[in-house]
Design a protein around this ligand. Sequence first.
Ligand SMILES: [Zn+2]
Length: 191
Amino acid sequence: MRKSVLESGINCRRSARAAGWRLGALLLTVSLVVAGTGVAAQADYYSGGMPTRSFNYRTEGINDTWVGFYRDGNNRWNTSGARTSIGLNSGAAAWATAGNYSAAWWGLYTPYGIRGINRTFRIQQNARTLARDAGSNLAEWCRGNSVHELGHALSLADNPNTSRVTVMDQGVLASVRFPMAYDIEEVERIY
Ligand SMILES: [Zn+2]
């Protein structure tokens, strides 16, 4: 089960670092393959993202508090200077939810379809692991985790090994919960 989850999407948690290494190697391969399409081959490019930095998604099966966490995540990107336009729209194909999953991750991003043709995505946040690990700062962690998962929709890969400060390091929810300068630069480079 865990294995199939890892193969189908991007899981985001500190303890999953070994899996992250394998995934990172895979993503590097993918980014090299797509170099011919015009996006520079860098290890932090994630081909599972959306074809533009303007997109909507819907929320499903979550209460207003969780919807607010996603909305705050959108706003953190949209006001970051990365020139994104991310919104909630009940008619969108892409969707986001939250639940108490038995899996180890805080968040899981799963792309569907083909980039540039019919790409959509699903974001899941794990209320169980977030509540366990965030302590009294749960709301902020959920907002920061929204920013991180939306980073995948913006074609940013998990990036635990860079020396730059980035919201795409899976381990930094305790300290980084907004798009950082490096994240904004990368969105500008990709789009
Ligand atoms: Zn991630």
